[in-house]
Design a protein around this ligand. Structure first.
Ligand SMILES: [Mg+2]
Length: 419
């Protein structure tokens, strides 16, 4: 595995110190999101985020990892990553621990970029490409946002189906897929992702799916092939809902559609069963933003269980680990692809890695999120042109979380300072 150097002359002993850690959960915007700011005595403010169980991650940052970071050098990015990972490994680094490391890592890369006056992709080694190919995922304006009667966050994979209307891409991908495909092609997209089999899971569970349901939930994708031919790639995400027999039925039905990949149609519990699935599926298989350690990715790659590896920078260990994982997959000639749908800095950090690492082939994106509520979270939005995202141009991440989100009056706000 490749360990990246930090190509910056002030990587160590910079004289800069971390002075405060702030987190907030923007519950009125995206209740699963945790936003992080790391302040320094040099005036640089690093921005990070992660997604799911945000209270647990905030606790990891303030109650456990903060004593390592406060008063420390923010430019020793890799040193902090390794220390926090090794200490968390004492009780299991996956989960909230790795999501906390991920958010911290984003913020430290942001500070490093600001200190060097360069975008993160430049510090990762420079451009491998001038623009990053993106595909549109099926979330609508309320996917990841709509909460229950008690204001709670939805369960993973159980997001808002939406309704007819502009940017309601989850609804459209289920009930007006041909129209959606034509709209995306007109915007320059070359690939679109479907989640139509989520509804099959809600109805039948993950162990068994009747052929009648397979035929029902494949129809939107057949509609796209019939309407626009091969003008757009078809991707299917099963959100890890199915066991092997049901997943193989779905794969068998999908073969004639020539999908770019089937993603997480199989639950990811077991790399050997994933390898069985890939062996029998007869279509390319993507695995998986749900993997949360390099050992998980190693198993999948060693067992030949994936044609693509999907990585979420804010779950798998930040920009540092995402770059390593993407390079690791290169050694197997397996392309990497960046996950999104989980917040604007996830997208930005994925774009930095995708810009700098040749082995990244796609960045996931949700146009409904970019065009509706990301402007209430960040000050500089991603630029999408004709199916590609442009590399961020500003120093560090190239965008900042809006300062007003970090309101001390918000009960979901926390701050830690060196006492
Ligand atoms: Mg997915």
């Amino acid at each position: 595995m490749v360990t990246p150097s930090i190509p910056c002359p002030v990587a160590n002993s910079s004289g800069i110190k971390i002075t405060a850690l702030e987190t907030v959960i923007p519950g009125h915007i995206m209740p699963g999101l945790l936003l992080l700011r790391i302040h320094t005595d040099a005036g640089f403010v690093g921005h990070g985020e992660t997604y799911y169980a945000p209270h647990a991650v905030a606790s990891m940052i303030h109650d456990w990892m903060g004593r390592r970071l406060l008063d420390a050098d923010p430019l020793s990015v890799e040193n902090h990553w390794r220390f926090l990972y090794e200490r968390a490994s004492a009780f299991g680094a996956r989960g909230a621990e790795m999501r906390a490391i991920s958010a911290i890592d984003l913020a430290l890369w942001d500070i490093l970029g600001q200190a060097c006056g360069k975008p993160v992709w430049q510090l990762l080694g420079g451009k491998a490409r001038e623009k990053v190919r993106i595909y549109n995922s099926s979330g609508g304006p309320n996917y990841g946002r709509r909460v229950g009667e008690m204001g709670e966050q939805g369960w993973p994979g159980h997001g808002d189906l939406g309704k007819p209307g502009p940017l309601e891409d989850n609804w459209a991908s289920n009930f007006a897929a041909g129209d959606l495909a034509e709209e995306l092609i007109a915007e320059g997209y070359t690939a679109m992702k479907f989640w139509t089999f989520d509804r099959a899971y809600y109805e039948f569970g993950g162990g068994y799916i009747p052929w009648s349901a397979v035929k029902q939930y494949i129809k939107p994708m057949e509609e796209v092939r019939n309407r626009v031919g091969d003008k757009i790639e078809i991707l299917l995400d099963g959100h890890g809902f199915f066991q092997l027999p049901a997943a193989l039925r779905i794969a068998e039905a999908m073969r004639d559609l020539r999908p770019l990949w089937l993603e997480d149609v199989m639950r990811i519990d077991n790399a050997d069963t994933l390898a069985d699935f890939r062996d029998k599926a007869g279509v390319p298989v993507a695995v998986s933003e749900m993997l949360c350690s390099r050992e998980d990715y190693r198993l999948v790659l060693e067992r030949r269980a994936a044609d693509y590896v999907m990585i979420d920078p804010t779950w798998a260990g930040g920009i540092s680990e995402t770059r390593r994982l993407a390079e690791f997959a290169q050694a197997y000639n397996i392309p990497a692809t960046m996950h999104d749908c989980t917040g604007p800095l996830t997208l930005f950090s994925g774009l930095h890695v995708a810009t700098a690492v040749p082995n990244v082939v796609f960045q996931e994106s949700v146009r409904a999120h970019i065009r509706t509520f990301y402007s209430s979270l960040i000050d500089t939005n991603v630029i999408v042109e004709n199916g590609f995202a442009l590399p961020p141009t500003g120093p560090g991440l190239g965008t900042r979380l809006l300062p007003e989100l970090f309101d001390p009056a918000n009960p979901q706000y926390r701050v830690s300072r060196k006492s």
